[in-house]
Design a protein around this ligand. Sequence first.
Ligand code: COA
Length: 264
Amino acid sequence: MIQPSYQNLRHDQPEPGIHLVTIDRPKALNALDSATLAELARVVAGVAADAEARALLLTGGGTKAFVAGADISEMQALSPEQARSFSSRASRMFLDMEALPIPVIALVNGYALGGGCELALACDWIVAADNAVFGQPEVNLGIPPGFGGTQRLPRRIAPGKAMELLVTGRQVRADEAVAIGLANEKVAADALLARGVELARTIASKGPFAVRLVKQAWQRGQSLDLAQACAVESDLFGLAFSTADQKEGMRAFIEKRPPVFGGR
Ligand code: COA
């Protein structure tokens, strides 16, 4: 596969099926400007097209920041219409990333503020380095969050806690992020990438089709009532029984050996 070149991010595959995207714009602490958002959209499209993909890891270059927000220099002079378009483009890209058929894990090193926190929230879950700092400081700039923060934060953590963070701009460190369910776990900063690869490797060892069905069931069920959502789950459960992986997984259990999944 020919890897397209990027200015503001790096795209690697540390192991087969494991995609690692590093936002790398050190002069602005990896802040998201239009160019970086466009590159993220391209890389997400590439991962979406990879039938062999098992997991996507998203992190920030350097040691100081995951992403320090949307780019304030670019936003400063936007007209209302341009600001709306900037927000819509970012939201579209975040929704596309969220809709990837594989698990997406944010490896948050340092600051994840504003658009950085929102980008992490658009991932399936977050692993926080011990130097991680999360927050939605947009109110300090006289604006509300525009990349989904007002919607995803109250869906990820307790709504009252989310409102507190959204309207005060208070920043939380890794321990508190874990305590409130924003991050799944805290690891030493120098172990963050290894932990991400370990998680991705665990995912990759499971039935690939089953993993995709889990994510699809969750995604499709979110906008439905419980009965409809469970019906979607039943359909996908049934679909799994058309795969060789289901036969292999269950045969391996009966034969007391590890399964060998082919992703079919
Ligand atoms: N947009 C554009 N540039 C940004 C940025 C952002 N969101 N965040 C940081 N930068 C730039 C700074 O302007 C600075 O550039 P300069 O060296 O040309 O002056 C560079 O990144 C380093 O940032 P600096 O503020 O000097 O680092 P610090 O360690 O003192 O502080 C932060 C780090 C993250 C606390 C601080 O940069 C900050 O508050 N950033 C904005 C966070 C924010 O409000 N995000 C939400 C935006 S909607």
